[in-house]
Design a protein around this ligand. Structure first.
Ligand SMILES: Nc1ncnc2c1ncn2[C@@H]1O[C@H](COP(=O)(O)OS(=O)(=O)O)[C@@H](OP(=O)(O)O)[C@H]1O
Ligand SMILES: [Mg+2]
Ligand SMILES: [Mg+2]
Ligand SMILES: [Mg+2]
Length: 411
C-alpha cells in the first residue's frame, strides 16, 4: 500500500509541473538570464518557491530597481563631490600612473559601493580606486571619513533604499576596496568611476560621477551625474562651467537598454522622473559641433582638427573633461565626440565609457572605436580590443568614421 502511494505521488501532475519549472530555471540560469537572482538561491532557497522567482522576472528584465539604486547612489555621491569641489584642499594624491585621485574620488566610490552591496550583494564591481594608500595615510582617511559620514540624501526613504550611512571608517575602507573585480563576459558587473575627469575636477572644470551595469558583457543601465553642466538641455555647449555658486547647474543622465535616455536636474532629495533626450539631427555635417578631451595626452587634438577640416567643420571644438562629453552630445547640445588615441599602448578603461556609451546609443547615437568596432565591455577592466572613440548620431556615423580612417591611415 505504502509503495503504491509513493509511486502515485511521483506521477502526480503537480510533481511533474514543479520538476519542469526547476528544469526551466536551471536552463535560464545556465544562460545567465537570471544569474544575479539565482546566484543568491542557496541563501534564500527555503523562502523562495519557484513561482516567486518567475514572478520577479519581469521587474528584473526592466532593471527598474537597478536604475533607481544607481540614480540614488550616484546622486548621493555627487552631493559629496560637490562639497569637496568647493574646498580649497581636496586631499590629492598621485597614483602610480601619475594621475591624481582626491578625497572626492575615494568618498564617492565608498558611498556608491555601499549602495550596490546593500541591494545586490552578489554582483561584481569594477571600480577605478582602491584603498591601499589610505591604510598608510590616517589623516587622509580621516578627511574622507569626515565627508562620507556627513553626506546623505535629504529624503530619508531614499537614503534607506541605498543602505543608509556607512557605519565606520573600517567599513568605508572595505567598501572602497570592493571595486577590484577583474570584469569579464559573464554575470552582472557594475563599472564605477567615482570622479571621471579628476583633472577637470581639480581645475574647476567639468567632471562626472559614472555608474553602469554590465550584464554578460553588455551595458544594460547607465547613469552619469554632471554637477557642472547646465540643467537646461537646450543650453549651448560651452567649456565654461558658469558662476561660483553653481546656479542652474547639475544634471543627471540615465538610460536603460531598449528604453531610451533621460535627463533630469541633479537634486538632493527624492528622484524626479526626468525627460527623454535625443541627439540632434545633423543634416549638414559642416555645421556640426564636436567635443574632445581637455588633456592633449588623452586624445589627439591634432588628428581631431584634421578630421574636422576634412568634414568641412569650421566651428571651434568644445573641450571638456569627463563623460560629460557623452551626456552633452546625447542631449543634442553638441553632435560628435572624438577621442583619438595618442599612445598606442594605452587601453581605455571600461568605467570611462560604459555609462556614456549606453546613454548616447539610447539617445539615437552610434558609438564605435576608430576602426568602427563597437566598444567591447566583456574583456575585463579595459577595452583592450578598441582604440579611441567615435560617437555620433547614427545617420552621420559612417561619414565621420570614413574621415577618421582616412586621417589616421595617412599617419
Ligand atoms: N593616456 C591616456 N589616454 C586616454 N585616456 C586616459 C589616459 N590617461 C588617463 N586617461 C583617462 O582619461 C580620463 C579622463 O579623460 P577625459 O578625456 O574624459 O578628460 S580629460 O579632458 O582628459 O581630463 C581619466 O579618467 P579619470 O582618471 O577618472 O579622471 C583617465 O581614466
Ligand atoms: Mg583617475
Ligand atoms: Mg575616468
Ligand atoms: Mg576617475
Amino acid at each position: 500500500m505504502v509503495a503504491n502511494r509513493t509511486q502515485t505521488s511521483f506521477h502526480h501532475p503537480r510533481f511533474i509541473l514543479i520538476l519542469l519549472l526547476l528544469l526551466i530555471i536551471l536552463a535560464l540560469n545556465r544562460s545567465s538570464l537570471l544569474s544575479s537572482r539565482l546566484a543568491i538561491l542557496p541563501q534564500h532557497f527555503a523562502s523562495l518557491a519557484p513561482a516567486t522567482i518567475l514572478a520577479s522576472t519581469p521587474s528584473t528584465m526592466s532593471y527598474r530597481k537597478e536604475l533607481r539604486v544607481a540614480k540614488l547612489a550616484v546622486q548621493r555621491a555627487a552631493i559629496l563631490t560637490q562639497r569637496v569641489f568647493h574646498e580649497k584642499a581636496k586631499g590629492t594624491l598621485s597614483k602610480d600612473d601619475k594621475s591624481p585621485v582626491t578625497v572626492g574620488d575615494f568618498g564617492a566610490q565608498a558611498l556608491i559601493i555601499h549602495a550596490i552591496r546593500r541591494n545586490f550583494p552578489t554582483d561584481e564591481i569594477v571600480g577605478e580606486e582602491e584603498a591601499s594608500s589610505l591604510r598608510e595615510d590616517k589623516s587622509l582617511a580621516d578627511q574622507i571619513w569626515g565627508f562620507v559620514s556627513s553626506t546623505s540624501l535629504n529624503d530619508p526613504a531614499s537614503e534607506e533604499q541605498i543602505g543608509g550611512p556607512i557605519r565606520s571608517q573600517r567599513e568605508m575602507l572595505q567598501a572602497i576596496d570592493e571595486g577590484q573585480s577583474p570584469g569579464g563576459s559573464r554575470g552582472r558587473i557594475w563599472a564605477l568611476d567615482p570622479i571621471d575627469g579628476t583633472k577637470g575636477f581639480l581645475r574647476g572644470g567639468q567632471y562626472a560621477v559614472c555608474l553602469a551595469l554590465i550584464e554578460d558583457g553588455h551595458v544594460k543601465v547607465g547613469v552619469l551625474a554632471c554637477p557642472n553642466l547646465p540643467v537646461d538641455d537646450s543650453a549651448p555647449l560651452s567649456a565654461d562651467v558658469g558662476d561660483e555658486n553653481g546656479e542652474g547647474r547639475g544634471v543627471m543622465f540615465s538610460a536603460v537598454l531598449g528604453s531610451g535616455a533621460k535627463s533630469r536636474p541633479l537634486g538632493r532629495g527624492a528622484l524626479e522622473t526626468g525627460q527623454p533626450i535625443l541627439m540632434r539631427d545633423v543634416p549638414d555635417i559642416t555645421q556640426a559641433t564636436f567635443c574632445e578631451s581637455v588633456e592633449a595626452g588623452h586624445s589627439s587634438h591634432g588628428d581631431q582638427a584634421e578630421i574636422a577640416k576634412k568634414l568641412g567643420i569650421t566651428r571651434q571644438s568644445v573641450r571638456m573633461d569627463s563623460q560629460a562629453k557623452y551626456g552633452s552630445i546625447a542631449r543634442g547640445a553638441g553632435d560628435l565626440y572624438l577621442r583619438l588615441p595618442v599612445r598606442a599602448d594605452y587601453q581605455e578603461k571600461i568605467w570611462d565609457h560604459a555609462a556614456g556609451d549606453l546613454i548616447v546609443r539610447e539617445a539615437g547615437g552610434h558609438v564605435t572605436d576608430v576602426e568602427g568596432r563597437r566598444l567591447d565591455f566583456s574583456l575585463g577592466r579595459t577595452l583592450k580590443e578598441n582604440k579611441g572613440v567615435v560617437a555620433t548620431p547614427k545617420a552621420v556615423h559612417e561619414q565621420v568614421l570614413e574621415a577618421v580612417k582616412s586621417v589616421l591611415s595617412s599617419k
